[in-house]
Design a protein around this ligand. Structure first.
Ligand code: HEM
Length: 367
């Protein structure tokens, strides 16, 4: 048990049996951890909602993430990747992370939001600094008084205002679409979706450039329509380099019986994702980067948990998976990535997501 300032009393869990219990419990017993990202995206955003409101909002958000929508997005992602990598330098080290941030942001804006033209440009300028600052100050208490323009809170408020202006314009343009208003929660999707996916892709380049055998096999596979190994590699990157290291819940039940423990109402339960992924009983030799472990064995939903689980599981998981698959395939088809014996990059806490400290640096050559 821990006492974490702002979150209060918390228990940390990294056992699949207990995680199963947490992820399958009713949202009336275990709700959203508090405070949460709803403080930035509004009390009406999916991050802040609970119970029926939360269920309804997730249903509204679901359509763009259905499996059948995914195929349509692949072309957009491939286009965005090609546009970005056109300016990659050859023969000298550079960080892939900034490119991945741009690809993933543009991909969501276009695929999920349908933004194009001037609005797309303005959102591209606005969202990256907003998300960076927003996630940095997320755990801090909000000052009670009105915040000045130059404080982080003042800047967040100003960005929020400019974002609303763009969204109002988009709504005006899209009045023909009767369902448009329901898609407003897209800010939550943008923020949650782009940095996490980009960070995982940055790690993918970091890991693959240090594992020549895996890289060679992936290049061969990328020439075909197959993706079994690429999928296994993505799962392994998400296991070995977890970018969101916990999923939190709040105990609403008078007491919550978790395995042999009794957790009182008001406590937080923190599922330690990274600790679970490093558990050698579940993932033998956990420090080894080895996609083979996922080739014949699909991972358990209660042990491989980069997207959290249960009623609050990441709504963008399928989108993120498709996106990472297409970005990697496109890069592997167009570039040779040099391998290196340099030590792995360290972890860097960028805000919500953990990124490779040097931004996933690689040296590439065009094919
Ligand atoms: C590799 C990329 C991603 C990772 C690692 C990731 C991880 C997570 C995690 C750990 C949670 C909390 C789950 C829980 O509490 O059980 C979450 C929630 C969420 N994610 Fe993702 N995510 C990714 C990509 C995306 C994308 C692409 C989108 C949208 C386009 C997205 C939208 C959301 C939303 C809206 C929630 C809140 C769900 C709710 O509270 O009901 N995420 N994500």
């Amino acid at each position: 048990m821990l006492y974490i300032p702002v979150f209060g009393h918390a228990v940390v869990v990294a056992d699949p049996q207990l995680v199963r219990q947490i992820f399958t419990s009713s949202p009336e017993d275990l709700g959203n951890i508090s405070p949460n990202l709803g403080r930035f995206f509004g009390s009406g955003s999916v991050f802040a909602l609970e119970g029926d409101d939360h269920r309804r909002r997730r249903r509204l958000l679901a359509p763009p993430f259905h499996g059948k929508s995914m195929k349509r997005y692949e072309t957009i992602i491939e286009e965005e990747t090609l546009r970005e990598v056109a300016s990659w330098p050859e023969g000298q080290p550079f960080a892939t992370l900034p490119s991945m941030m741009r690809i993933t942001l543009n991909a969501i804006l276009r695929a999920v939001f349908g933004a194009e033209g001037t609005e797309l440009d303005e959102l591209r300028r606005l969202i990256p600094p907003w998300v960076t600052l927003g996630s940095r100050v997320a755990p801090l208490p909000v000052p009670a008084r009105t915040y000045g323009r130059y404080t982080p809170w003042g800047r967040l408020a100003e960005w929020r205002r400019r974002y609303d202006v763009v969204i109002d314009k988009l709504i005006e343009d899209e009045l023909a679409d009767p369902n448009f208003k329901d898609r407003i929660d897209v800010l939550a999707l943008l923020a949650a979706g782009h940095e996490t996916t980009a960070s995982t892709l940055g790690w993918a380049f970091e890991r693959l450039s240090r594992h020549p055998d895996v890289l060679t096999a992936l290049v061969e596979e990328a020439e075909t329509e197959g993706n079994e190994l690429r999928q296994a590699a993505i799962l392994e990157v998400q296991r070995a380099r977890t970018v969101i290291d916990f999923a939190g819940r709040h105990v609403y039940a008078p007491v919550f019986q978790l395995g042999e423990w009794v957790i009182p109402r008001g406590y937080s339960i923190v599922v330690s994702i990274a600790q679970m992924h490093a558990n050698g009983d579940i993932f033998p030799d956990p420090d080894r980067f080895d996609p083979q472990r996922f080739i014949y064995a699909k991972p358990s939903n209660f042990a491989w948990i980069p997207f959290g689980g249960g009623t609050r599981r990441c709504v963008g998981a399928a989108f993120a998976n498709m996106e990472m698959d297409v970005v990697l395939r496109t890069v592997l088809r167009h570039f040779t990535i040099e391998t290196t014996t340099a030590p792995g990059e360290k972890w860097h806490a960028r805000g919500v997501a953990f990124t490779p400290k040097d931004g996933g640096r690689v040296v590439v050559h065009r094919r």
